[in-house]
Design a protein around this ligand. Sequence first.
Ligand SMILES: [Fe+2]
Length: 211
Amino acid sequence: MNAELIKKEVAQNGFYYAEKVKQEEVEGVVAELGKTLFITDIIERDNGRILNSATDMFLHTDQPDANYLVWHCLKQAAQGGETVLVNIEEAFTDLSADHQECLKQIKLRLSLLSPQELTHPFYESGRFFYSPSLLLDEYSKDQNEAVSAFQTALERVPKKTIRLRKNDFFALDNTRLMHGRKSFQSATGRHLKRYLIQADGIENTGSMSLP
Ligand SMILES: [Fe+2]
């Protein structure tokens, strides 16, 4: 596993996956991929956040300045916890031209933790940003219809599901793929380490149809 190969595969396919990767190796490639914005231990705990719950997590992208999202699985739940992936462009291009135009005009709240007035566009220079939890209250009727159509398209398009196992490494392009999670058996020690990484202008060389 090396950073150049990861960059190449992510550019082509939207993601890169490897098994049996040690923590030191993860830290090494993460440092080479770009600037680490956040490192988070995703562990089940009762803090009211869906991220730390054992329930389904809806499809979304993470913060828009993170090009790469990397998970290192330190322990999977006894059952469930699959990761679900969708090519955003596929859902987007499935919409009518009017709905596409409407969506391109909308902004979403930057994050649940940041002030309400901090927003970011759904689409900017080939990069997508979307989470149903970050939609604003102030869209027009047409914009609301476009958002609904996009949500329906997300249900329709093909998804890739992968169940990470201990020591699996998974990197994806956070600006082109949405991710979600299936519910898992509670209190069985599921633990993913997540790295959000900012990189300069990553290439988009492929059609990114999920294998
Ligand atoms: Fe996420």
